[in-house]
Design a protein around this ligand. Structure first.
Ligand SMILES: [Zn+2]
Length: 403
């Protein structure tokens, strides 16, 4: 009798799990070994893949796939957006593989190979634009310290609601163009100071988790340069100079700058600009077909990458900068940071703006419209962020890790 009941129970459970098999709505969804974009990738799921939900959660769900593997996927993967969220190559953990070997289309490969002989580029970043600088256990400890004796993470998030994610697509040509621009910014070398790298990346991870694309993998390279710049590429890569890190006085200032850069990514400024003139290169295009149409001519991609680099140096349109300023503050606020960090650091930078405006130098990241931006932000901060006493600067922690 007992056996019969047990058998029935197993049968019912099996039936329920079959009934509760759900489909992945977006393409190139990452299944990870833990609840966070910083955990190793188990596999990448295509649109329409059937999964069984083992553990339901608000942001992350534990799922099992057909071959028996299990892992965590973001709840975003099940939500229909107007288009689709497709992180493309970012979904895969390619930090230990060369970007060139993962690229398939001829023009993209041609572009990549032509850049390998360019002496003004950081070859390592060109080949490995994304690296994992976040150590899960260390990051969780960082988060515990961040909210210790304060409101909970969730309470901070509830203080400022943001809208649902919009379509987001990164294709391989955008990936390789981004790798090129990152490599150009990293020409002076990337720091190997792990304490500093972990710290800066922990901040970026915390900000990213408070965006609508909380499953977007983010990576920050610290560049050994005295020039003042911070920039982001559409593939979730941020480059920040040692010079600019030294200009920051506390963690909230750095968090706001990173928030601004992450906003350029989530608001898709870079990909919108590139997309306007981009040839439609799709990873699934057959090789032969592709060669017939475009050959291995890399002219178009050369132009896009030069434009992307130029725009990064000069600053984008004022409209885009102001959008990123505000969105960046919202993200930083949701993470629990003092949002006046941005205007404080901008005021100091403005007073130091070099007299000459040689646009070929990366020293001029901060664009001409600084005054307008600061004024507009002061007003935005007064109107939007009321509970300022509960928000922190983290000066001591910053000094411990950056100085
Ligand atoms: Zn910007």
């Amino acid at each position: 009798m007992k056996k019969k009941i047990l058998f029935l129970c197993v049968a019912v459970i099996l039936l329920i799990s079959v009934l509760f098999a759900v489909q992945i709505v977006n393409n190139n969804v990452t299944m990870r070994s833990g609840k966070g974009a910083y955990y190793p990738v188990v596999t990448v799921l295509k649109k329409g893949a059937d999964v069984v939900i083992l553990e339901d959660g608000e942001s992350w769900k534990k799922v099992k796939i057909n071959d028996g593997k299990s892992g965590w996927v973001a709840s975003n993967a099940f939500k229909k957006v107007q288009g689709t969220i497709d992180y493309g190559m970012m979904a895969n953990d390619i930090s230990d593989k060369k970007a060139s070997t993962t690229l398939v289309t001829a023009a993209v490969k041609g572009f990549f190979e032509s850049k390998m002989s360019d002496k003004s580029l950081n070859k390592d970043i060109l080949q490995h634009p994304r690296k994992n600088y976040v150590i899960p256990s260390k990051y969780l400890e960082f988060k515990r310290n961040t909210y210790n004796g304060r409101w909970s993470e969730k309470k901070y998030r509830r203080k400022y609601k943001i809208s649902k994610p919009k379509p987001f697509i990164i294709d391989e040509s955008l990936f390789v163009v981004s790798a090129y621009v990152a490599a150009k910014f990293a020409a002076d070398g990337v720091t190997t100071n792990l304490r500093k790298l972990n710290y800066v990346n922990n901040i970026a991870q915390l900000i990213a988790e408070n965006t609508e694309y909380y499953d977007l993998p983010i990576c920050v390279h610290v560049i050994e340069s005295d020039k003042l710049f911070v920039n982001s590429l559409p593939i979730g890569v941020i480059v920040i100079s040692e010079g600019l890190l030294k200009e920051c006085k506390n963690e909230s200032e750095l968090a706001c700058l990173i928030g601004h850069e992450i906003s350029h990514i989530t608001l898709q400024h870079g990909s919108t600009e590139a997309g306007k003139r981009k040839v439609k290169l799709k990873a699934e295009d057959a090789f032969a077909e592709f060669d017939k149409e475009f050959g291995t001519d890399t002219k178009e991609m050369d132009e896009i990458s030069n434009e992307m680099y130029e725009r990064s140096i000069k600053g984008r349109k004022e409209k885009y900068e102001m959008e990123a300023d505000k969105m960046g503050l919202i993200y930083a606020y949701r993470a629990g940071y003092d949002v006046r960090g941005l205007t404080n650091v901008m005021r100091r930078l403005e007073s130091q703006m070099p007299k000459s405006r040689d646009i070929t130098k990366a020293t001029h990241w901060f664009p001409y419209s600084f005054k307008n931006r600061i004024n507009s932000l002061d007003k935005f901060i007064r109107e939007e962020f009321k509970d300022r006493d509960e928000y922190k600067k983290f000066e001591a922690r910053f000094n411990r890790n950056i100085r």
